[in-house]
Design a protein around this ligand. Structure first.
Ligand code: SAJ
Length: 423
């Protein structure tokens, strides 16, 4: 932590001590806490899940993230990260708990419960930062009035991360951030907190705009993935290889088409656009894109069904290779693989294997490949690049939903390779 930056932080938080309490020790709370603690802040992590607290106390992490283990060790040596089963008195409280969406409305119950837990530890002038993704009006209409009922001076800002799972630490440090404070003092104080570890630019605005930015970012990605999925389907009608076409189209300086796939998973892209889907715009492009992405597992299962018939397979055993929602992570929240499995299980015997996920119901990769008639590549983990299909004469065909496998991997193989969007 450079001394100059530390001074800037103290300037922003005025004469307050640099004590921060993080509520919610998940995929965002843990890396944020460790980055702050590593940079010299005195951080306490709180979670209602005591299993998580116990694991962290023993120095164990419960999810995979690049370099997180190394960072955790460094922080343990510094003794700046503490764990507590109650919310402790602090200068800053950061709320990083989930906000599921039900029927187009953010379910704020966990955020409100976290805010209530802050109350006994809260002192005049403390800062509350909401990192959880919320709808554009949720801070102004619900969360701020809730805190105002305490009848005490407070600072408040909304600021979500922009980091991509799989490269969270790097992006948390290097990405820019949008901080939406209720007033200049709140914005400056929150900026000071993020400056402790962020090297990216920090832009100040109000809470409604900050929340809208987050939802717009993930909606942009959802709509663009839906467009790529539409192109994949069209490529089969028109007879071109969508992957080659996307590669060439993206040579245009102002075009960036995303990649088609078996559907969209994770805790953000399939969910956040629903913050914008109200009864007024149910038929708009955002809702339509969500639908296109949600239908992709069905598209894949139809293709596989047709190939099963072409290959005259009576009762094939179908292997879903990859259960994580995307490559090289062990996170399976909202994974499209589960939708594929649900659809396939009505007709076939289905097995599952994922080299990043330890699950007693899954098969180890070698055994899984040896016992499959059909393989559907659902998640493009780098480790799957080592598979040589000539070793598995039992496999009739492989359906690659990610344009991942190479012809090299099929040299001398009995299995035939089919790729979504490449017919
Ligand atoms: N996917 C595609 N095609 C693509 C890109 C992704 O099918 O071209 C699929 C993935 O396989 C996955 C899903 O979309 O199933 C989501 O993956 P992702 O890599 O697009 O996004 P997340 O959920 O891991 O992280 C996103 C990021 N948002 C944006 O890029 C706009 C990240 O920066 C956010 O911080 C994160 O959501 C979040 O927490 O909101």
């Amino acid at each position: 932590m450079p001394v100059l930056r530390l001074l800037r932080v103290y300037n922003h938080i005025y004469s307050m001590e640099n004590k921060i309490c993080i509520l919610g020790l998940g995929y965002i709370g843990v890396p944020t806490a460790l980055l702050l603690a590593n940079a010299g802040a005195e951080v306490t992590g709180f979670d209602i899940d005591t299993d998580k607290l116990e694991k962290l106390k023993k120095g164990e992490l419960y999810f995979e993230e690049k370099n997180l283990g190394v960072l955790f060790q460094e922080v343990q040596e510094k003794n700046t990260f503490h764990l507590s089963a109650t919310v402790v008195s602090s200068d800053v409280f950061i709320v990083a708990v989930p906000t599921p969406v039900s029927e187009g409305v953010a379910d704020l119950q966990y955020v409100l419960a976290a805010i209530d837990l802050i109350k006994p530890a809260f002192q005049k002038g403390n800062l509350i930062i909401i990192e959880s993704t919320v709808g554009p009006r949720d801070c102004t209409d619900v969360l701020i009035p809730h805190i105002q009922k305490w009848d005490i001076d407070f600072k408040f800002a909304h600021c979500t991360e922009r980091a991509i799972p799989g490269n969270t630490l790097y992006e948390m440090v290097h990405n820019s951030r949008v901080v939406g404070g209720i007033d200049a003092e709140s914005s400056a104080a929150a900026k000071g907190v993020y400056e402790i570890f962020t090297e990216g630019e920090i832009y100040l605005t109000d809470p409604t705009t900050a929340a809208a930015c987050k939802v717009m970012e993930n909606t942009y990605r959802s709509v663009n993935i839906a467009l790529a999925n539409e192109f994949a389907k069209l490529s089969e009608d028109f007879g071109f290889n969508v992957h080659k076409a996307i590669e060439l189209t993206n040579k245009h300086p102002r075009v960036h088409i995303h990649q088609p796939g078996p559907g969209v998973g994770g805790h953000c892209i399939p969910i956040d656009p629903y913050f914008f889907v109200t009864s007024q715009n149910k038929a708009g492009i955002i809702a339509k894109s969500l639908q296109i992405n949600e239908d992709m597992p069905k598209v894949v299962v139809q293709k596989v069904g047709a190939l099963v018939a072409t290959h005259n397979l009576a009762t094939p055993r179908v292997l879903i290779l990859g259960y994580a929602y995307k490559k090289n992570v062990d996170d399976a929240r909202e994974t499209p693989s589960q939708h594929l499995i649900n659809l396939l299980r009505t007709e076939y015997e289905v097995t599952i294997s994922d080299c990043h996920i330890d699950n007693p119901d899954f098969l180890e990769q070698e055994e899984a490949l040896r016992s499959a008639d059909v393989v559907i590549l659902a998640t493009d983990h780098d480790l799957c690049q080592n598979i040589q299909f000539s070793k598995y004469p039992n496999i009739a065909f492989v359906y690659d939903t990610r344009n991942f496998f190479t012809e090299e991997q099929f040299k001398g193989a009995n299995a035939k390779l089919y790729t979504l969007g490449a017919h």
